[in-house]
Design a protein around this ligand. Structure first.
Ligand code: NAI
Ligand code: MG
Length: 381
């Protein structure tokens, strides 16, 4: 298994450059100013992705972009626009009506196609950020990225055969047995031993490599016994290979309270997909929210780094939003490529600009633009 951030550094890189929609374009332009300043020897190859291509071609992740991603060392991605329902899509793009096209999130597809099973979300409070919940937060969340409740195996209406099988195999299904097919819905939570093991191992490896002391397994195995039970059982086995790292477990509900009360009791957290999604957003908010949340979608062959925010259509093209999340995502990408010195230069510069407090975007209570923030960071390098 290739371990996160252990990719051999090399001289020349091919970087997939995926701005996407809305403010994705603004923040990527900003990230480029900073990447150019550290003089990464790289070619940035543009890839089409997002709502625009869904409207034009019926595909938010065109084949040419998939081919591009097969031939890059890593990729940086801005944000995309998507709509939660088919009706909302058709209202926006009347030409789609009746075509029977089903929108599929390009991010989810990238994760599936390239088996980007790790979602890595560092959450660090940089001193002086007026949005910090506390100044002493330095957490890293590992979220499983390919299975769990997000496997997409869902039923509504529920077919009769499924009902029959559940009736036969689970006593707990009794209260639902007489419901009409469209009066209930089922989403399957699927967790595999392999999927659990590789994300948990990634978290422990990260802890070992980065001098982290403790890994907390986030679960709800007391209630969700089969799937979370498997996750927890796997964790106990994996932990034995890392005796120097403290093993810890927490229920997902309880940890949301404890994280707010004593965030520095935690170090590295690892969770199945849904809990990881929720807990990582909570942690991101504690260190400044959407303008600061960055993440890596990491597999064995490819890693795609991104800010966690969306395309914020109302601010598109206004150069108003905070580019720090994307700049920190670029920093993560450099770490993954093995360019740790350049990564550190970026992080130090971000920390310095935040601490000085002279340049701030609107979310931080200032009035500087996206590109002014990027230039201020580049100037510190
Ligand atoms: P959003 O994250 O795009 O924006 C929500 C609000 O957060 C914005 O209106 C803005 O006030 C603030 N915000 C976001 N990024 C910021 C930044 N860098 N600096 C300062 N403030 C920032 O979420 P929303 O409005 O729910 O979704 C807009 C579109 O983005 C939707 O189509 C949604 O599906 C999509 N989306 C895409 C994601 C992705 O590409 N990874 C993630 C989340 C949403
Ligand atoms: Mg999320």
């Amino acid at each position: 298994m290739k371990i996160i951030m252990a990719c051999q550094s090399k001289k020349h890189y091919r970087i997939g450059w995926l701005p996407g929609d809305g403010i994705g374009q603004d923040v990527m332009e900003a990230a480029r100013i900073v990447l150019d300043k550290v003089q990464l020897d790289a070619e940035y190859i543009h890839g089409d992705i997002g709502w625009e291509f869904w409207c034009k071609e019926g595909d938010a992740l065109p084949k040419r972009t998939i081919e591009l991603l097969q031939n890059v060392d890593a990729a940086l991605f801005g944000a995309i626009t998507s709509k939660p329902t088919k009706a909302a899509e058709e209202e926006l793009v009347p030409e789609l009506k009746g075509k029977g096209l089903v929108y599929r999130s390009p991010i989810v597809r990238m994760r599936q196609l390239f088996d980007l099973y790790i979602c890595l979300r560092p959450c660090k409070a940089y001193p002086g950020n007026p949005l910090n919940y506390r100044e002493d937060i330095d957490l890293v969340v590992f979220r499983e990225n390919t299975e769990d409740l997000y496997a997409g195996v869902e039923f509504h209406p529920v077919p009769e055969e499924i009902k029959e099988v559940l009736k036969k195999h689970s006593k707990n299904f009794e209260p639902f047995v007489n419901l009409e097919a469209d009066q209930f819905a089922i989403s399957c939570k699927i967790n595999t031993r392999k999927g659990s093991e590789r994300i948990i191992r990634a978290a422990f490896e990260y802890a070992r490599k980065n001098g982290r002391k403790k890994v907390t397994i986030v679960h709800k195995a007391n209630v969700v016994r089969a799937t979370d039970g498997l996750f927890l059982e796997t964790a106990k086995v994996v932990a034995k290979d890392y005796p120097e790292i403290q093993y810890d477990e927490a229920n997902v509900d309880a940890i949301t309270m404890w994280l707010l009360k004593n965030p520095n009791n935690y170090d590295v957290l690892v969770a199945p997909n849904l809990y990881g999604d929720i807990v990582s957003d909570l942690c991101a908010q504690m260190v400044g929210g959407l303008g600061f949340g960055c993440s890596g979608n990491i597999g064995e062959k490819l890693a795609v780094f991104e800010p966690t925010h969306g395309s914020a259509p109302k601010y598109a093209g206004q150069y108003k939003v905070n580019p720090i999340a994307t700049i920190l995502a670029a920093k993560m990408m450099l770490d993954w490529l093995g360019e740790t010195e350049k990564a550190q230069l970026i992080e130090n510069a971000v920390a310095e600009v935040i601490k000085e407090g002279k340049v701030r975007t609107y979310d931080m209570g200032g009035s500087n633009t996206t590109l002014e923030m990027a230039r201020a960071i580049a100037d510190k390098i």
